[in-house]
Unconditional design. Structure first.
Lengths: 108, 136
């Protein structure tokens, strides 16, 4: 089992491959890996309850830790207290901590 | 906390994408946590520490360059160098030499080196972890 941090910076309304990245996360956790999915930049847009939030909620139910960069949320006026199901606000420090811990950290 | 060495690989040119801001936030966070950081810049990112970047006025809002105080990436890098010194961390920045020559951005701020992809490989091998922040 490995530890993965998948970073999603892409807006799912602009990039269809955002869904593919979620599929990668789901596949990794299904195979027994520990997976964190970190939303940043326009990647946080589906963290607001919307038509694109269901995928994040499904990841969380599958055992993926879904986090949204608090700075990116503030930039876009998204209230971190009212995020979609399964999404939690987090500091970008999470990425540094995962890098320092030797996790496999991949940017998308 | 164990001090680690982390390498970041940047590709985006300045003034273009949020990835640059995020990259600087990550580097800043790593330095403030006491980690040593190596940055390998290639393609457009080699212009980030270009020394001739200059502030400009904002005619629309009627402000001169000093009033506008528009930050340039070279100043952000200098600030990261200061943050490293304050935290007892080490920040090394290397530009891809071929990319520099293509763009004519060889004049860089102090503390910025020049190398090749071979150096990136060596840095990555010597680091505890590496994050590549590529353009699409």
């Amino acid at each position: 089992m490995a530890n993965y941090l998948l970073i999603e910076s892409r807006d799912p309304w602009e990039s269809n491959d955002a869904a593919s990245w979620q599929e990668v996360a789901a596949g990794l956790v299904k195979e027994g890996n520990a997976v964190t999915f970190f939303l940043v930049q326009n990647g946080v847009l589906p963290a607001r309850r919307s038509s694109k939030s269901a995928g994040l909620a499904a990841l969380a139910r599958a055992g993926v830790e879904v986090l949204a960069d608090d700075f990116s949320l503030r930039e876009r006026g998204i209230d971190s207290g009212r995020l979609a199901d399964g999404v939690k606000p987090a500091s970008i420090d999470v990425v540094v901590e995962c890098l320092a811990a030797g996790h496999k950290v991949i940017w998308h | 906390m164990d001090k680690k060495t982390l390498t970041f690989v940047l590709m985006d040119a300045p003034y273009e994408n949020s990835r640059t801001t995020t990259a600087f936030r990550l580097i800043d966070a790593a330095l403030r946590k006491g980690h040593d950081v190596k940055v390998f810049a290639y393609e457009g990112a080699v212009a980030l520490p270009f020394a001739r970047q200059a502030q400009h006025p904002n005619a629309v809002h009627g402000r001169d360059a000093a009033q506008e105080d528009h930050p340039n990436p070279k100043e952000w890098i200098a600030a990261l160098q200061q943050a490293a010194a304050a935290a007892g961390s080490k920040l090394e920045w290397m530009n891809c030499g071929l990319c520099v020559d293509e763009r004519g951005v060889g004049e860089v701020i102090a503390g910025v080196g020049r190398g090749s992809p071979v150096d990136l490989w060596k840095w990555s091998e010597a680091s505890d972890n590496t994050l590549v922040i590529a353009t699409r």
